[in-house]
Design a protein around this ligand. Structure first.
Ligand SMILES: C[S@@+](CC[C@H](N)C(=O)[O-])C[C@H]1O[C@@H](n2cnc3c(N)ncnc32)[C@H](O)[C@@H]1O
Length: 385
């Protein structure tokens, strides 16, 4: 496909997304209907689509419309490329740019590419870092790997990856974190990945797990395990009796396979109450995902005040359910990949206020300014208040 034809394809996919389709589904459907597109074309269309979703407001202003075509025009103008070079109307290229598509310079608030309603909350949560974090959320996320310390050291993993044409270097957020600087698309077919030497995992996610007080012999529950990214990271750091739960168990479908690839044991549980008490419970709670909107830019535009309030209520319920399951002297670790106080410090303050005997041991924030996604971690214990 020519660059112009790739832009036509991105316009088609973006129009479906703007009409309500999930981004991944729209891309998959386009791929199925476009057998002529090779893997390079698919990757290029995906990048165009995700870049446009991250910068939807500013590109819509620059492109003159919040449509697939407007976003692609805006993307080209933002990159300093005259759209007329690709919008030629020839072959599979988009049709010629019209007078009504000249666009305008985005207003200051639009250049942040955040929803207006959320700006006061984000300003309150992030202070002077707001602009830097907003700009980071407009960029593609770096690709990070976690070295499985059970299988290799960071140096060994870097050498194994290099032998397969993947260049990676240590990242300061965690002792297990590698940032991939070249060959990222080869990771999932590499032997290093398939043999469990490395896993794909954001660096701040790894830092969250590194901050948990895990010791050999502990009985540990990962209560919101999802695909099990943090479950496996915990298993690699200590010899644990490890249990994984999720309100939507289908999300843990791949966890047994991933665990066996990593050489660790995890028991899936429908009813964690029956297995209590635990020395440590991790609640990597459902959240707005505001710290990882560069990976899921659709989430940035889908969030509403009502949805944020509902998420807060679920976060409260999870903390209340888990506190009685922690053994005396144990730790309840609450994490989100959000940068909003409403999902982090405010939830913890409310929990401590309504739950006698519980207090905060530590609270930590990670923002995209240190390279990884935005994360929050609070370690809660009894007898700290
Ligand atoms: C942030 S994701 C977890 C990501 C995962 N820990 C990882 O590192 O890959 C939150 C998870 O919480 C689950 N969840 C939502 N509501 C829940 C609830 N009330 N109790 C337990 N899990 C819940 C979701 O299904 C989702 O998989």
């Amino acid at each position: 496909m020519t660059p112009a034809a790739r832009h036509s394809a991105a316009i088609e996919v973006l129009d479906r997304i703007l009409a309500g389709a999930p981004a991944e589904q729209a891309l998959t459907n386009w791929g199925r209907a476009s057998r002529f597109a090779g893997s390079g074309d698919r990757n290029a269309v995906r990048d165009l689509v995700y870049d446009a979703l991250r910068c939807r407001r500013s590109y819509a202003a620059l492109g003159g419309a919040e449509s697939g075509r407007g976003l692609m025009l805006g993307a080209l103008r933002a990159a300093g490329t005259d759209p007329a070079t690709l919008f030629t109307g020839e072959g599979h290229a988009p049709s010629l740019v019209t007078q009504g598509e000249q666009g305008r310079t985005p207003a200051a608030a639009e250049t942040l590419d955040l929803p207006d309603w959320l700006l006061p909350q984000l300003t309150e949560s992030l202070g002077d870092d707001l602009t830097g974090i907003a700009q980071a959320l407009r960029q593609r996320a770096p690709v990070f790997l976690r070295v499985n310390l059970r299988r290799a050291t960071a140096t060994q993993a870097i050498a194994a990856l290099q032998a397969e044409g993947i260049t990676a270097q240590p990242h300061g957020l965690a002792d297990t974190a590698l940032e991939v600087t070249d060959g990222a698309r080869k990771i999932q077919t590499s032997q290093a990945y398939l043999s469990g030497l490395v896993e794909l995992q954001d660096a701040a996610s790894q830092a969250v797990v590194a901050a948990l007080p895990l010791r050999d012999g502990m009985r540990v529950l990962d209560h919101c395990a999802g695909g099990g990214g943090k479950t496996l990271a915990m298993a690699a750091r200590a010899k644990l009796s490890l249990f994984a739960h999720d309100a939507f168990p289908a999300r843990m479908r791949d966890l047994p396979t991933r665990a066996s690839r990593a050489g660790v044991k995890v028991a899936l549980s429908d009813a964690p109450e029956a297995l209590a008490p635990f020395d440590l419970i991790l609640a990597d709670a459902p959240c707005s995902g505001s710290g990882s909107w560069r990976r899921d830019p659709q989430g940035k535009w889908a969030l509403t005040p009502e949805r944020l309030a509902q998420i807060g209520a679920v976060q409260d319920e999870i903390l209340d359910r888990l506190a009685p399951l922690v053994a005396p002297g144990g730790v309840l670790a609450y994490a989100t990949c959000s940068v909003l106080r409403a999902e982090n410090e405010d939830r913890i303050a409310a929990f401590v206020n309504r739950t006698p005997g519980w207090g905060v041991k530590t609270m930590q924030r990670f923002t995209p300014l240190t390279g990884g996604d935005g994360f929050f971690l609070a370690l809660l214990t009894q007898g700290q208040a």
